[in-house]
Design a protein around this ligand. Structure first.
Ligand SMILES: [Zn+2]
Ligand SMILES: [Zn+2]
Length: 380
């Protein structure tokens, strides 16, 4: 099949910046040396670009996982132009299509079904999605966001000002213009480009699938380091409305921390999360599926699967009872804070619920043990 024509501007930008980054940057560093300040400016630049894409383009505009003050949206709009990844409106339109048709050969603009190269960068080098370029019907909501509309309208100018103007200005202010152009201009752009592109390629190929195997998205802790927390892509594809990607406190997700800090400063609100019970349920469902696959070759597979299903149902029941009680406790605590009278009655109610909750938790953990031991028995 004939390939669509090349998009020469994209080919030129990606190829020339990459070549300069691997030749002129090390040569300049070896010949003249770089100041610490210049290296720090590049690292800050990588974070500004990366977090504008993950916190702004992705979690704010594409998925509406929280609301942000106009000043934050303005910084994300400028940072997004600095990252040179098209306007937030265009990016979000592509990304919503990616989620809706994930892995589809034609409808997912950067489908991993075409391999690493295509999903990483190849999809931007040819006119693969020409008919979608101006179709923004899936981002009508963003056309009500003045800052997103403004950024879309003046995108070329902003991208030029940020990518050429800022490095030259920083170089003029602090001494070495060429060093600033090479590090803050070119090396920063190439690194931040490929770190983001990894999410479409690497995060759809290498890693684990704890929540779903209905698409190619993977969780990958190593990738989270390069992508400002977006490495937990398996979770993200099943629960895209959650403002977090790494849901555990120890999972590296600086985008989530940034949104939390913004919320503490009253610059972000309405942070959306998925109820814990649903997350656990998804994980259990995957465990059940994997066990079915593991035992289906056994001579007594029917009987084993029946037992597995029974224990699984009990486990889900206990899980739901536990999380329901957690919600009741949360609600009672909230009510007791607002109640002026009846304080004593509420306190008694809270004590009772707490007791019930700890019993339900024990029951759930007991059943978890039974379930885990079952797996051990079957693996022999
Ligand atoms: Zn997404
Ligand atoms: Zn994806």
């Amino acid at each position: 099949m004939k390939k669509p024509p090349l998009i020469w501007l994209n080919v030129f930008v990606f190829a020339s910046t990459f070549l300069v980054a691997i030749t002129a940057v090390p040569w300049y560093g070896y010949t003249y040396g770089f100041e610490t300040f210049e290296v720090v400016a590049m690292i800050i630049g990588i974070f500004v670009c990366g977090l504008s894409i993950t916190g702004g383009y992705h979690r704010l505009w594409s998925h509406r996982t929280y609301k942000a003050h106009w000043s934050v949206r303005l910084i994300f709009a400028l940072g997004g132009a600095f990252a040179l990844q098209n306007s937030a409106i265009h990016w979000s339109s592509d990304h919503r299509r990616h989620h809706k048709h994930v892995d589809h050969d034609d409808k997912d603009p950067y489908s991993a079904s075409h391999g690493f190269w295509f999903s990483h960068i190849g999809w931007m080098l040819r006119e693969y999605n020409a008919m979608m370029y101006t179709d923004y019907t899936n981002v009508r909501d963003l056309q009500k966001d003045g800052i997103a509309v403004w950024q879309h309208k003046y995108y070329n100018l902003l991208a030029f000002a940020m990518n050429v103007g800022v490095p030259i200005l920083v170089g003029l202010l602090y001494g070495d213009v060429w060093a600033s152009i090479l590090l803050l201009g070119v090396a920063r752009l190439v690194l931040s480009h490929h770190f983001t592109f990894f999410i479409n390629s690497w995060a759809h190929m290498w890693g684990t699938q704890p929540y779903t195997d209905r698409n190619t998205a993977r969780d990958n802790a190593l990738l989270a380091i390069f992508t400002h927390g977006e490495g937990y892509h398996n979770y993200h594809h099943i629960f895209e409305t959650d403002y977090r990607n790494g849901i555990k406190w120890y999972q590296y997700d600086p985008t989530k921390w940034l949104i939390n800090v913004l919320a503490w400063c009253n610059l972000a609100s309405d942070l959306r999360t998925v109820p814990e019970a649903r997350i656990e349920q998804a994980k259990l469902k995957m465990e059940l599926k994997r066990r079915h696959d593991k035992v289906k070759h056994l001579p007594n597979s029917e009987e084993v699967i029946l037992r597995l299903n029974q224990e699984y149902d009990v486990l889900c029941e206990k899980l739901n009872a536990f999380y329901k009680a957690k919600v009741v406790l949360f609600e009672s605590k909230k009510k007791s804070l607002n109640a002026k009278l009846d304080k004593i009655q509420f306190e008694q109610q809270i004590r009772d619920t707490k007791l019930q909750l700890s019993q339900l938790k024990d029951a759930f953990h007991e059943q978890r043990k039974v379930w885990n031991n079952m797996q051990l028995n079957f693996s022999h």
